[in-house]
Design a protein around this ligand. Structure first.
Ligand code: FES
Length: 653
């Protein structure tokens, strides 16, 4: 008689196995994604499966009620102690006795999918570089002299088929007490680079460790640093946090920081220290918020622009301040986090930085490419990551181009008279009535509009403190639509605009949004200087996008993706009224949120994604805005709102 047939769902993998074969063994032989930390000892419960009963016409199999061996004592012990969903079995305990269909639930899959919310985004498949293994190690023996590390390595070889183990001195110091505390059974965290090679022993714990190990996806921007703390088993984001980049005191934009390094001996090291200190503080705070011990942070992925890349690595960025903008290295970097002064993590934690695309287009643009995958797109997509520097990608599966454009910090609320970072109390949405020219607005932390009942009470605690990046974009676009600002960007007088809110300010005018000065509060206006700052920023952004379109020989793009920490808050209409982005059907302009941060999270959760982006980056063609004469031409024409010469037919609709 033929051996029993076993079919695994959802993979559909199938095979025949002698009666008595454990389900976990069959799964491993067929390459089915079924988790196990304890190696089949019945203590980790990661191998839970749901055996089917009855007929499975899809697979043409009739399952016998006794297709698996009966419930055993190990399973009972586990269930009594921890509980288990009815109908579930431990895959390492249940044996195959007859034809059977076995479902592997998502939580038992190592490579489970993490669903991303955006309609166009691909899910993240979990495959982290650091994994945990439970292992039983032989005790030392007078007659078989060998070190504890060597016996641990031998046990990993026989129990997990893992060889070539390397351990740093920090973890070596922990090895002997931990092995003895665990009575020679330990859980080890092993890291393996996506290029293969040796396994690195990151940490170990006595017995079976069940708490998750975590990693950090860090978007190191010139203005802000954002960190997401991620459970490396499930991919869940346990906490997110952000701080201002402490390097701001050395210069608001990248070039002023490069200048600082050029003019001040040791200035680069000062900035390196500042960013690393800030990063440690951010990590400590984020871990506390998530209730995670910093020692359980075993990996970090950092994405940033080339100047931040060099300063964080402790490399003088001076070459990035002058043509030909040579990077010390454009390759991905993988090294111990402690080598970069990150002490708020496990001492053996590893850090990965995505590759840079070129001297002005950094690892943050590579992360956006990983997240939004223009190289996999059928249609021509323009991806714009809006920040102090805009990273711009244009292309489809045939060809992808990239450039970086110096937008300055205006889009983040900096260099704006009433500007502030996105925080409770900041105006984030604004509308202006085209007839009365009266504004109404919403502030972060309050669901109500300013003209709705209860607004004053709801904002009493935070007050109305200023205007953030998305707020200033809406304000300027609304002022343009209400005729308060002309196409050249000039704010009219009260007589010209028909509103008392346009008040003289020096030799120009400013539009008053909110005045609490009588109560000692702020007076929030949009000044002529603010309009100029937004014009400069949006011209740089548009000119960069237009340059890539020239290079590709197109006048139109099929869709636009707005990325960046505040990309989610910019309405496509307002972006287009300003002429921030080329004309496109409004429904084809979508937001991807913080795509660079998401790219970092993908690289953190999936080691294969690191290999993939390293290959993709080689194929992205980089366009250098700084030396391209057409950039200036595009920049000047883009100063008008929406544009001096380019048509915006979608706005007319
Ligand atoms: Fe650990 Fe089955 S593999 S309980």
């Amino acid at each position: 008689m033929a051996d029993p047939l076993v079919i695994f769902t959802p993979s559909g993998k199938r095979g025949r196995f002698p009666a008595g074969t454990p389900v976990l063994t069959a799964a491993r032989q067929l390459g089915v994604d079924l988790d196990s930390v304890c190696g089949g000892r019945g203590i980790c419960s990661k191998c839970q499966v749901s055996p089917g009963v009855g007929e499975f016409s899809k697979h043409g199999v009739t399952v016998a009620p006794d297709a698996l061996s009966g419930w055993n004592a190990v399973e009972q012990r586990y269930k009594d102690k921890r509980g288990m969903i009815d109908g579930r079995r431990l895959g390492c305990q249940a044996q195959i006795l007859g034809d059977v269909v076995i479902d592997v639930p998502a939580e038992s899959q190592v490579h489970r999918q993490v669903v991303r919310k955006s309609a166009t985004a691909r899910d993240i498949v979990m495959d982290p570089a650091t994994r945990v293994f439970y292992v039983e190690v032989a005790e030392p023996d007078m007659h078989e002299p060998s070190g504890d590390l060597e016996r641990l390595a031998a046990a990993l070889k026989t129990q997990w088929d893992i060889s070539d183990i390397r351990a740093d001195i920090d973890v070596m110091r922990k090895l002997q007490p931990t092995l003895r505390a665990g009575k020679w059974a330990v859980t080890v965290a092993l890291f393996r680079d996506h290029r293969g090679g040796a396994w690195r022993l990151i940490d170990l714990w006595p017995g079976l460790r069940e708490a998750p190990l975590c990693g950090l996806a860090i978007d190191l921007g010139s203005t802000t640093i954002a960190a997401h703390l991620v459970d490396l088993r499930t991919g869940a984001v346990l906490a997110s946090n952000g701080i201002m980049n402490p390097q701001i005191r050395f210069g608001e934009d990248l070039m002023s920081r490069v200048s600082y390094a050029m003019m001040n001996p040791g200035g680069d090291q000062e900035m390196t220290r500042a960013v690393r200190d800030g990063m440690n503080a951010l990590i400590t705070e984020t871990a506390a918020e998530a209730g995670v011990d910093t020692r359980d942070l075993v990996e970090a992925v950092v994405v940033c622009n080339p100047v931040m890349h060099h300063l964080f690595l402790g490399i003088d960025p001076v070459e990035l301040g002058q043509a030909p903008f040579a990077l010390a290295t454009s390759d991905a970097v993988e090294l111990p986090a402690r080598d970069l002064g990150l002490s708020a993590m496990n001492p053996a934690a590893r850090l990965y930085m995505l590759p840079c695309i070129a001297g002005h287009v950094g690892a943050d643009a590579a992360a956006v490419a990983l997240s939004e995958a223009p190289d996999k797109s059928e249609d021509l997509v323009l991806v714009v990551d809006v920040g102090t520097n805009a990273e711009i990608l244009l292309g489809n599966r045939d060809r992808v181009l990239a450039c970086s454009s110096p937008t300055g910090p205006a889009f983040e609320g900096a260099q704006i008279s009433s500007g502030q970072r996105a925080a409770p109390g900041a105006i984030e949405r604004l509308e202006i009535d085209p007839v009365s020219k009266e504004p109404r607005f919403r502030v972060i932390g309050c669901e109500l509009w300013s003209d709705e009942p209860g607004f004053a009470e709801a904002t009493a605690a935070t007050g109305i403190t200023g205007i953030c990046g998305s707020g200033i974009i809406e304000a300027v676009a609304e002022m343009r639509m209400a005729g308060i600002v002309d196409a050249a960007g000039l704010i009219g007088s009260a007589e010209q605009t028909g509103t008392w809110r346009c008040q003289p300010e020096g030799r120009t005018h400013a539009y008053l949004i909110h005045d609490a000065s009588a109560q000692g509060g702020p007076r929030i206006t949009v000044t002529q200087g603010d309009i100029r700052a937004i014009q400069l920023a949006k011209s740089a952004l548009y000119a960069g996008a237009r340059l890539l379109m020239d290079e590709l020989g197109v006048d139109q793009v099929d869709r636009v993706v707005l990325a960046g920490a505040f990309g989610a808050h910019i309405s496509p209409k307002h972006a287009m009224v300003l002429g921030m982005i080329p004309d496109a059907a409004l429904e084809k302009v979508t937001s991807a949120g913080n795509a660079a941060g998401t790219g970092a999270r993908i690289a953190l959760c999936n080691t294969g994604a690191r290999a993939a982006i390293e290959t993709t980056v080689q194929q992205i063609h980089k366009v250098e805005t700084a030396i391209e004469p057409r950039f200036q031409e595009h920049f000047v024409n883009a100063s008008a709102m929406p544009h001096a010469v380019d048509p915006f037919p979608q706005l007319a609709q």
